[in-house]
Design a binder for this molecule. Structure first.
Ligand SMILES: [Zn+2]
Length: 280
């Protein structure tokens, strides 16, 4: 099995939204921001190549954002999914499976694209089976008013209509050595992905733990729909993660791709941080 980190651009997100009730004098020591209080957030996907499977976890904002949407979301396309995959020698056609952690626009926007020179949507990964949790899908179809702004119909409805969307109803192994876990604090039915390779377990935690600073149990993002559920979920997951030596992979941390964990007298904290490629 080979596991690659895939960069797909940067979003600038408000620091207050990233760290919720944590005051700026505290979070600013752990995460950089600019004069407008905006934090650069990576949009990192993961590619897993195992035998005949080429599995992509999430696919960034994609290429469909209008100029005003890109501006509204402070999106910087300094890298993109296509370029990052091509660099590794893969094309969109090579992808056999796309696993969506959840369907907020910055995680699933790359699943569809406009046919060249038209306004007609097509699947970006024509040969892939797409996977999302059943609970997240039901939430996508019936969002509350706040979450609705993050769910774009053009990102997922063509995937559903193609018949290539499959629903994950419970936690467990989705592929050999690739397990999904379901969390409900950030949004209902977020799937984190645990990848086991060479006696290491990498946890793709998605927006459940978006940056290394968010490893602190109480540093809960204001983006999270159900903050007290996040607290409970993080406490339980970090306990397991430190006991079992999981390595966390951060989708949104601009500087840190991965970290190991340690148990201290003030709870579970990051230990070392490193790039994914240094592990294998
Ligand atoms: Zn999200």
């Amino acid at each position: 099995m080979q596991i690659y980190s895939i960069e797909t651009g940067v979003l600038k997100c408000d620091g207050g939204a990233m760290f919720g009730v944590v005051p700026k004098f505290m979070w600013s020591k752990k995460y950089p921001s600019d004069e407008n209080n905006l934090c650069d957030c990576a949009l990192r996907s993961m590619l897993i190549v195992d035998g005949g499977r080429r599995i992509l976890i999430d696919n960034g904002v994609g290429e469909k954002l209008t100029e005003s949407q890109a501006c509204h979301h402070n999106y910087i396309a300094d890298t993109n999914l296509r370029g990052s995959l091509n660099k590794l020698g893969y094309t969109f056609e090579d992808i056999t499976d796309v696993v969506y952690t959840h369907l907020h626009f910055d995680h699933c926007g790359g699943g569809t694209q406009y046919k060249e020179g038209t306004n007609e949507l097509e699947l970006a990964f024509p040969n892939a089976t797409h996977w999302v949790s059943k609970a997240q899908w039901e939430n996508y179809l019936n969002p509350n008013v706040r979450e609705k702004d993050s769910f774009y119909p053009e990102n997922m409805m063509p995937v559903f209509e193609s018949g290539k969307l499959k629903f994950v109803e419970e936690e467990g192994e989705l592929f050999p050595n690739i397990e999904v876990r379901i969390f409900n604090g950030h949004t209902t039915g977020l799937m984190a992905v645990l990848v086991r390779n060479k006696k290491k377990t990498i946890a793709f935690t998605s927006d459940f733990i978006p940056t290394m600073a968010n490893v602190n149990v109480k540093w809960v993002a204001a983006y999270d729909l159900f903050p007290t559920i996040v607290l409970d979920e993080k406490q339980a997951f970090l306990k397991e993660a430190v006991e079992k030596n999981y390595i966390l992979f951060f989708q949104h941390d601009i500087d840190v791709e991965c970290c190991s964990l340690q148990l201290t007298d003030r709870g579970v904290k990051p230990k070392d941080n490193f790039e994914l490629k240094s592990l294998f």
